[in-house]
Design a protein around this ligand. Structure first.
Ligand SMILES: [Fe+2]
Ligand SMILES: [Fe+2]
Ligand SMILES: [Fe+2]
Length: 482
């Protein structure tokens, strides 16, 4: 049983408490959902209260609806708890189902909406305490109590917000062999303690830096609890060198100004904007169909050239040259699609393949695909780009088998032309074997988000997890990263 816990989202924030970053609610929840769906794969997600901040005011009520919609993207069941800053029960349970008990993968979750007490405390009524006994009747599996205010044994946590009748509740829990209590509310979080054969957990607030959450794994009686967060360790000094803007045709909600405001909050040391050259020079149709790669820049129609718009956007936001880059497309002849005068104005270049002509023919000749791939990759590397973007993406895109036997050739070329290899999880899993070979050959890695939605900005979590799996620890990063 794997349980992911996010708590205290506090959308859309609170003017009196600037450390509460409820304005980031949607970004943070989407980032969590993306991690959960793609990599963590919990059996259930618990949202442990204070989804919004503002009780029954109109803005808070609207945000509650919005959060409900966002949570629908989860690929596993979720349980929501009503917190002291959420709307009244009448309204809350119009938006979220009023369900007190969930049986998921053999574990029984009891959700409590307890009485609030002064000083942000709570208490549980006799009737509610009786639910433990009822839940235990004819049920042998693990039972978990879920509530907003930390339910911890008296004197065993630093948290001043407590259950005024904690002892009474916990003694009944012991009697009914309740396995665990999961809470939120205390924004610092309280980690995990074991007492009287039971487990007590309080998750940190998602809305406060470093934007924490928890993952609890239960295997029989064994419990392991991992604290994790949405923010990168600022000490790592990581740079996201693949950031799109509102000018990308594939942008979902990118906003260059907002990116500049937020990247440090997500733990990044710096960013580099890298808009697609092919999308700036050409209209969306010739870009997506691949028509623009047939004649490259010779087919450029001045009327549709948006490159100047990109530089205007950079200027409006005072972006220094070192942070203005381009993700350069290469035509089928292997020529970079970037005008010399535009190249002068940028400080960084990614080189990309977004289409292989041989791959999209009616009958595919895989020998020809491989030839084209190698020819165009070498053309990119020769051209003097800094990084080869998403090296094998086209094979993932096509759902084709990865050309594992080409890894060595590509690594050798990267080494020869002194170009870094991008590690990119945007629409595929990066290839750990290829990454290992790059590290062994001394080819530098660029770990990048390739963000097209604000929630992806600086999301380098899967990259770091993969490097860890490849035996590369954080202290090696300086040696292996661009
Ligand atoms: Fe809270
Ligand atoms: Fe790309
Ligand atoms: Fe990109």
């Amino acid at each position: 049983m794997k349980i992911a816990i996010i708590s205290d989202i506090h959308a859309p924030g609170n003017a009196e408490n600037p450390q509460i970053r409820g304005e980031l609610a949607e970004m943070l929840i989407l980032r969590a959902i993306n991690r959960f769906n793609k990599w963590i794969k919990p059996d259930v997600v618990i949202i442990c209260g204070d989804l919004v901040d503002g009780n029954d005011n109109d803005v808070a009520r609207l945000w509650l609806q919005k959060i409900r919609q966002v949570l629908e993207k989860l690929e596993c069941p979720f349980i929501t708890v009503r917190g002291n800053h959420d709307p009244s029960a009448d309204y809350f349970y119009k938006i979220f189902e009023n369900k007190e008990q969930f049986d998921i993968a053999g574990t029984r979750f009891l959700v409590f909406d307890d009485k609030q007490e002064p000083e942000f405390c709570a208490s549980r009524t006799e009737n509610q305490i009786k639910r433990f006994k009822n839940a235990r009747t004819n049920f042998e599996g693990s039972i978990i109590s879920v509530q907003h205010v930390p339910l911890f044994p008296t004197g065993m946590s630093e948290c001043p917000y407590v259950y005024t009748n904690a002892e009474e509740i916990i003694s009944e829990m012991k009697k009914q062999n309740i396995f665990m209590a999961i809470s939120g509310h205390y924004h610092k979080g309280l980690g995990h303690i074991q007492s009287q054969g039971m487990n007590f957990i309080a998750a940190p607030a998602l809305c406060e830096m470093p934007f924490g959450y928890m993952v609890v794994e239960i295997d029989g009686d064994k419990v392991s609890v991992a604290d994790d967060k949405m923010q990168l360790e600022p000490e790592l000094g990581l740079v996201d060198r693949h950031v799109h803007t509102q000018l990308a045709y594939c942008s979902e909600n990118m906003d260059a100004g907002l990116i500049l405001k937020l990247y440090k909050d997500f733990g990044l040391a710096d960013i580099v904007f890298t808009e697609h050259s092919g999308q700036l020079y050409f209209e969306d149709n010739p870009f997506w169909t691949g028509e623009c790669y047939k004649n490259g820049l010779e087919g450029l129609n001045k009327k549709h050239n948006r490159m100047e718009k990109y530089f205007d956007l950079m200027k409006e936001n005072n972006v220094p040259k070192k942070s203005i880059g381009l993700e350069v497309d290469f035509d089928y002849a292997g020529r970079p699609m970037i005008k010399p005068e535009d190249r002068e104005r940028v400080g960084f270049l990614l080189g990309s393949i977004h289409k292989l002509s041989e791959m999209w023919k009616e009958t595919v000749d895989w020998g020809a695909v491989r030839q084209e791939y190698l020819f165009r990759t070498e053309a990119i590397l020769k051209s003097g780009v800094n990084v080869l973007a998403h090296p094998f993406r086209m094979f993932h895109r096509k759902g084709a088998e990865l050309p594992v036997d080409l890894y060595e050739k590509v690594v050798n070329m990267l080494k020869q032309y002194k170009v870094a290899a991008e590690v990119n999880f945007h629409s595929q899993e990066a290839e750990i074997e290829f990454v290992r070979m790059c590290v062994e050959s001394g080819v530098r890695l660029a770990i990048s988000s390739d963000c097209h939605n604000m929630y992806e900005l600086g999301e380098l979590w899967p990259h770091l997890k993969m490097l860890e799996k490849a035996g590369i620890s954080n202290k090696d990063l300086g040696r292996i990263l661009l």
